[in-house]
Design a protein around this ligand. Structure first.
Ligand SMILES: [Zn+2]
Length: 121
């Protein structure tokens, strides 16, 4: 790919959300839960440039709070369960949701950085 060719941001972001290489869409970008691979196994795209810092964590927190917080009121008003049950179940749901979303949001950030040629991509 030529150095100054424009990259498809939408495609790169969706590939990142699926934890796929933003360049080829075939290789995986993470090894383990959140560790970024040095380079793509399929196309050789260097991925070590990714520098997402705390962005995915903040974004994940925003999404989880936006989903869980209204559910407190809905569940409590519809079913009138014991407050402790609501608190415990929402904590478990928030944890599971955050663990599911966090790597995907990190992939989204990596895809965006790759598409915009940030941090040496
Ligand atoms: Zn690749």
């Amino acid at each position: 790919m030529p150095k100054d060719e424009e990259r498809d941001t939408r495609k790169a972001v969706f590939r990142g959300l699926r934890l796929e290489c933003p360049s080829c869409g075939t290789g995986k970008i993470l090894c383990g839960y959140l560790k970024v691979k040095e380079k793509c196994d399929c196309c050789g795209q260097e991925l070590h440039h990714a520098s997402v810092d705390d962005g995915p964590a903040y974004f994940t927190l925003m999404v989880v709070v936006a989903i869980i917080f209204p559910m407190f009121g809905v569940v409590y008003s519809l079913f009138e369960p014991r407050p402790l049950w609501v608190a415990l179940s929402m904590m478990v749901l928030a944890t599971v949701l955050a663990l599911f979303i966090l790597p995907r949001v990190k992939g989204l950030f990596i895809g965006l950085q790759w598409a915009k040629r940030l941090h040496g991509f």
